[in-house]
Design a protein around this ligand. Structure first.
Ligand code: SIN
Length: 307
């Protein structure tokens, strides 16, 4: 589908031709955008991509973007303020070694080490179902991942549409969930994903990386409701006994795994993938060997307080 001419944003003083091709990635969510030049395109391209992303339920794959790091940051700022910007507290000390040394807004994902043996990025980042930074009072809105190097096969990322998952529940279950809140805690992932307790900081103990959010949130821009719990960071449902909480969370996670709510992204080099953590969770599959480099750079936008 060609981007309809009538829907194209106004041209700025720079002469920009927006000849975007926008195609669905799956019947219900996700869009593939071809013909965009995010690096040179300026505000008009960013706004068109942003709108297509919202219209597609919060997942957009912009092909062929060999983006310099500073251009990636400039583009990402159209989606919100960024974690890592100088005015913000760092995400957590556990990940600071993976941030780009010259650009603290960039989180690096890599299975490689440099000459000194230091990781070039977080190995196996996100190999569990999660919504980025859901343990903060203001969790992530958009995350934007730029694929610089991909293995010949493997390293796919799976996305789950938690709006459709919510909509498919019975009205009775929706009524049960409506008043409930769940606790999100970085420690949940720290225990399962980060091998050393030493890495967990005082900051975590102080509660900065814990937050209570509604189980069902309403998207501030689209008005759509979605489930907002994830196995990576959600510790329990408030007010329930532990086994009750476990049973309900396990039901919701099993429900979210229905194949019709999932899209599996097979990366192409220079894909720029934008996902909306307000309504999607994701899982990065680490099935590729260390001698096949995978290197990605991610910006993460600070979203609103879930409501
Ligand atoms: C992540 O940001 O969770 C990592 C995603 C990926 O590497 O595909």
């Amino acid at each position: 589908m060609k981007f309809p001419r009538a829907m194209k944003p106004e041209r700025s003083d720079r002469e920009i031709t927006l000849d975007l091709t926008i195609k669905p990635l799956s019947p219900h969510f996700g869009t593939e955008i071809l013909g965009a030049n995010v690096s040179a395109g300026g505000d008009n391209v960013a706004l068109a991509v942003r709108q297509a992303w919202l219209d597609a339920g919060g997942l957009a794959v912009v092909r062929d973007q060999d983006l310099a790091t500073d251009r990636h940051i400039a583009f990402a700022q159209h989606f919100g303020p960024l974690f890592g910007n100088p005015d913000e507290k760092p995400l957590q000390d556990t990940v600071s070694i993976y941030m780009h040394p010259d650009h603290p807004e960039i989180y690096r994902v890599s299975n490689q080490v440099d000459g000194d043996g230091k990781p070039k990025g977080r190995k196996g980042a996100g190999t569990y179902w999660h919504s980025d930074v859901s343990f903060r009072e203001r969790p992530a809105g958009a995350s934007i991942l730029s694929a610089k190097q991909i293995p010949p096969s493997g390293g796919d990322t799976i996305f789950c549409d938690q709006s459709r998952a919510y909509e498919a529940l019975s009205e009775t279950m929706k009524a049960i969930l409506a008043p409930l809140h769940a606790a999100h805690d970085f420690e949940v992932a720290a225990h399962s994903q980060y091998t050393s307790r030493v890495l967990v900081t005082d900051d975590l103990e102080g509660g900065t990386n814990r937050a209570l959010h509604p189980i069902v949130r309403t998207h501030a821009e689209t008005g759509r409701k979605s489930l907002f719990v994830n196995p990576g960071f959600t510790s329990h449902i408030q007010g329930f006994h532990r086994d009750e909480s476990r049973a309900l969370l396990d039901f919701l996670y099993a429900h979210c795994m229905r194949p019709e709510f999932l899209y599996r992204h097979r990366w192409q080099e220079y894909d720029l993938v934008i996902w909306d953590n307000r309504c999607l969770m994701h899982y990065a599959i680490m099935d590729y060997p260390d001698d096949q480099p995978r290197y990605m750079e991610r910006t993460t936008c600070i979203g609103d307080r879930p409501a």
